[in-house]
Ligand binder design. Structure first.
Ligand code: ATP
Ligand code: MG
Length: 401
């Protein structure tokens, strides 16, 4: 057993001592069998949530209606979920009601793909009811049971499948693939938020290009907000170099470039995906930076506006355009900037008001930005006297016009 699982053994042991079954399940078992790094360890159990809470002194309810209790053990936390079936599905969406059961088999049957339906015992034995080990070896994504039924139960599974293609580089088993192609319209019923989670993971996967091709081929892209008319652009995007994106913002930036989505449309487009304002601003900055950078190396004023992180993120995209990233140059220019932020200017709005005894107004902001520009680009020293003199110059010039 790998270290992460060993740490959890006392938790498993306590559940078993209380007379219940407990297994490692889900993505972490799959990833361990693949030799990948794992993030979170999920435990499935025959104990009901109340029974789990009675066993452990420190628990947090994080989804008790779905049977999940977070168990805190030493410095780790484990999602412990009661075996369950999801028998009543409505509207092709995840059911609101789940039924807790005492049978592991029932629980594994409701899982999406064979490679996600393993259970691992504390002694290291792998329970593999659906020949997932063979699929793992052959790099195949196969729905558990009848794929049509499974995608009707929860259409999101199709998007999950596509994101596993991207993360693992697997291909769909033929019936699973056909079922996705035939049922892609069911994605209409799925909330944007859930699609967004999977699509973001898809964008960050190592085998993104293959996943994007399947997204188009199965026509699932038709039900991704805003992508409907961009099948060709998606395919061009899938023909780019297979370099991984480090952030979702970088991925959107390059995708928007392929789609011809300009600065103005970024916000409305990402709003449809219910993306956060932070992400939207990041993508806007990167898109601007990318356009500038394709014309010339980033200059101090541009690097100042983007900030170091976004400037480097733009550089990281250069290989897509057959340009060499200029990371060191950017870092050097950034380090040499006389100020990194407007608030580092030696004078502020109050100083200007005092000196010129004028009423506050738009002129303040205008002058400050002109001073900021001159300081950043090196034509003015960041020194109170020099700045006030320059401000006086600007005001005088303004009066003459
Ligand atoms: P990741 O490594 O990204 O966490 P994961 O496979 O663990 O991938 P989770 O969303 O964490 O994915 O779900 C944990 C497990 O729950 C899955 O491995 C799968 O067995 C099951 N599961 C999750 N979502 C669904 C779904 N929509 N339908 C069926 N089973 C699901
Ligand atoms: Mg997981």
């Amino acid at each position: 057993l790998p270290e992460e699982f060993k740490l959890a053994l006392p938790v498993m042991g306590q559940i078993e001592q209380a007379g219940f079954e407990a297994y490692f399940v889900g993505g972490s078992v799959r990833d361990i069998l693949l030799g990948h790094k794992i993030h979170d360890v999920d435990i499935a159990t025959s104990a009901f949530p109340a029974e789990i809470k009675a066993i452990f002194p420190r628990t947090i309810d994080i989804g008790i209606e779905h049977g999940t209790v977070l168990v805190l053990h030493q410095d780790e936390q484990y999602e412990v979920t009661t075996f369950r079936t999801e028998s009543t599905y409505q509207d092709f969406r995840r059911p609101d009601h789940v039924e807790f059961v005492r049978s592991l088999t029932e629980d594994l049957k409701r899982r999406d793909f064979t490679i996600n339906a393993f259970a691992l015992k504390d002694d290291g034995e792998v329970i593999d009811l659906f020949d997932g080990l063979i699929d793992l070896k052959e790099h195949v994504l196969r729905a558990v049971g009848n794929p049509h039924e499974r995608f009707h139960e929860d259409a999101l599974r199709m998007m999950r499948g596509l994101r596993f293609v991207s993360q693992l580089g697997f291909s769909f088993e033929i019936e699973t693939f056909d079922a996705i192609s035939e049922n892609h319209t069911l994605l209409e019923k799925i909330s944007v938020e859930r699609i967004y989670v999977e699509f973001s993971k898809l964008l960050l996967g190592k085998f993104r290009n293959q996943a994007i091709r399947f997204l188009v081929e199965t026509e699932c892209y038709l039900y991704c907000p805003g992508l409907r008319y961009y099948g060709e652009a998606l395919l061009r995007f899938a023909d780019l170099k297979p370099i991984m994106f480090t952030t979702v913002a970088q991925a959107w930036t390059v995708l928007f470039e392929q789609m011809g989505i300009g600065q103005k449309l970024i916000r409305p487009f990402l709003k449809e995906w219910k993306a956060s304002n932070d992400l939207i601003q990041e993508v806007q900055a990167l898109s601007w930076g990318l356009r500038v950078r394709q014309e010339h190396l980033l200059r101090p004023w541009e690097i100042y506006q983007l900030g170091l992180e976004n400037s480097l993120a733009v550089e990281a995209l250069m290989p897509f355009y057959n340009l060499a990233p200029a990371r060191d140059e950017v870092a050097k220019i950034y380090a040499a900037l006389p100020i990194k932020h407007l608030r580092e200017l030696e004078i502020n709005g109050n100083d200007l008001l005092q000196k010129f005894t004028l009423k506050p107004g738009k002129w303040l902001k205008d002058i400050l930005s002109q001073l900021e520009y001159q300081v950043v680009t090196g034509s003015l020293k960041n020194d109170a006297k020099a700045l006030l003199d320059a401000a006086q110059e600007i005001l005088r010039a303004g009066e003459q016009n």
